[in-house]
Write a protein that binds this ligand. Sequence first.
Ligand SMILES: [Zn+2]
Length: 340
Amino acid sequence: MNDDILGMYDSFKSSLLELKNKEDLETLRVSMLGRKGAITEKLKNLSSIEDIEEKKVLGKEINDFKKFVEENIVLARTNLTELDFLSSVEKSYIDITLSGRRPSIAAINILTKVEEEIISIFRSLGFGVAEGFELEDDYHNFEALNMPYYHPARDNHDTFFVSSDRLIRTHTSGMQIRLMKDINPPIAAISPGKVGRRDAIDAKHSAVFHQIEGFLVDKDVSFNHLKGLLELFCKRIFGNSTKIRLRPDFFPFVEPGVDLSATCVVCKGEGCKTCGYEGWLEILGGGMIHPNVFEHVGYDTNKYTGFAFGMGVERIAMLKYGITDIRMFYENDIDFLKQW
Ligand SMILES: [Zn+2]
């Protein structure tokens, strides 16, 4: 390489190291690439060289150096811009004497707390817990629960179908079928989880909500066992003075079926706005498992009887804590959740 150009590389590199600000950089740029800059002069002088081969070699060396200078000037400008920014932040924004902000700590959703409370009540009574699948098939959600395709009760379950056979479960009862097919009596289990229905969303309805369904099968299980269990459950969840009332109701997978009401948590049965001045609040449904269900799972109906029940977690949480709008559960408003 030409000694001159070699010297220019060295001096350019040391100038780069001495740059303090953008003005220095601009001076350096002009001294190299400006109209009277060192590189411009070198290129001009090329024309005076007569030997074509020499001219070609030197021309390439000058142009390589020019490219090197241009690239390094761009790089240096970026670095200086960053330094400028950092020093301006340091000067103007960071006040290390300010006290820090305490991060907001999340709260467990009240719905989760109520669900866990319900689960722990049934666990303490010997019930197992099986969560099941949110995507269910027609057989487990409907058919095996005594709701064949022509059954009108299917209309009450406004269903989200994913395909002709797959659906978002409308209740967690499908798990009863799966468990009974796998395990012989005695068996007692609850199945908590998310379910979906094509409901318009308002203060009382949500398209996705939470249910807990349970069942027990053994020899000589009677309706009294169901009544005793549910009464105990209501006393544990709503308080010891709670009374229950059972009225006939229809669910395809039980016979007889009942609707359970408990004394109003607000007025304790006196009558108030919450209970429509009746003193009672509907809590859950249940009944004795229908023989058709037992036939689907292969249980001997002469040998075994059983009961099943189901409840909405949102409903119980709303009644227990006086929450009037179901949508509050899903909004994750920290102020709302921290109340409990
Ligand atoms: Zn009331």
